[in-house]
Design a protein around this ligand. Sequence first.
Ligand code: SF4
Ligand code: SF4
Length: 370
Amino acid sequence: MQKRAFGNTGLTTTILGFGGFHLLEIPVSEANYLLNRYLDAGGNYIETAASYGNGESERKIGQCVSNRRGEYILATKTGDRTKDGALKSLDQSLKNLQTDYVDLLIMHAVGTMEELDQLLAPGGALEGAKQALEEGKIRHIGISMHGQPDVLIRALKEYPFEAVMTTINYYDHFNFPEIQEELIPLAMEKGTAVILMKPVADGLLWRSGEIAFQYAFSQPVSIVVAGINNREMLEADLQYAEQFTPMSEESIELLYEEAPELGTYVCRRCDKCMPCPEGIPISKIFLYEGYYDRQMADGIVTNASDYALKERLRFWFGNKDLAMKRYQTLDIKADVCTSCGDCMPKCPYQIDIIRKLSICDYKLAGKDIY
Ligand code: SF4
Ligand code: SF4
């Protein structure tokens, strides 16, 4: 399996990392098989979090592979924002993982500027992490969040975090474009390792695993971390990693055009529909819909299981309030659309812009769509 530099840490990671969240869903005997099979196949990065099952994921990892501790880079996360809380959480993690150090401690899911302020301030979690570094309990400090990356961009500007964990996949590329346009270049400039999570968009891209992983591995990231809870999935992910060849720009563009999950609802942000005679910022409104619910609720039920999956995933990132606030700042909103239809034939993806704008206005102006 290919390896890449893990930012400026001096570590080298295999391109496929083992995400521990889904270990919660399986018995310890199966976790034991999967974790050992991943290591036997050459994988060298295992990641978990204190909050996954209140330590259950960590305990399973400790139980199953602490005897092979020298063979892998181990990362865990703390969701506590205070120094004392983070240190306490780390000590419990070390106990759960049956080790005396982790290679990486990640400040977990820092979703708001207020949380970032708190963890960076005196007495905050970062101070605890620095103390843990001095005590040899951790080797590096990272930070993570889901979705819209403003907080991570500010975090990297204010503190030299050595790793940043963020969502990247070809579906959310259109919901959170700032990740690839701003966060990744900033991380590259600073030598920060980028940990890519959600390569299959929390399962939305389950029919397209091979191309979804090829897309993920083709990004300028150190590692792609996939949640794994069964043998078939593990073998497929290992195969994708072992057979990986980078995608060309042309094939990525083609994927953006043709991916069935993007279909005729997700806006590709090409702006070919502009200008609108009423001055409606069409693609910006659709971007805010991406923050709101990842453009997952299109109001049409064509397949019951896909609908149920989207209903489960659409609010996982918690950027709904941000989306509504941003929408409120627009001088011209979707509700001034006159349905003139000028924009519609210009969209190369056959998006029903008039209908989508109406759905966006319901969502972003705080109305109930159904
Ligand atoms: S249909 Fe609505 S959004 Fe499209 S050009 Fe006309 S006013 Fe603008
Ligand atoms: S033309 Fe279609 S895809 Fe392009 S910005 Fe407009 S709505 Fe989005």
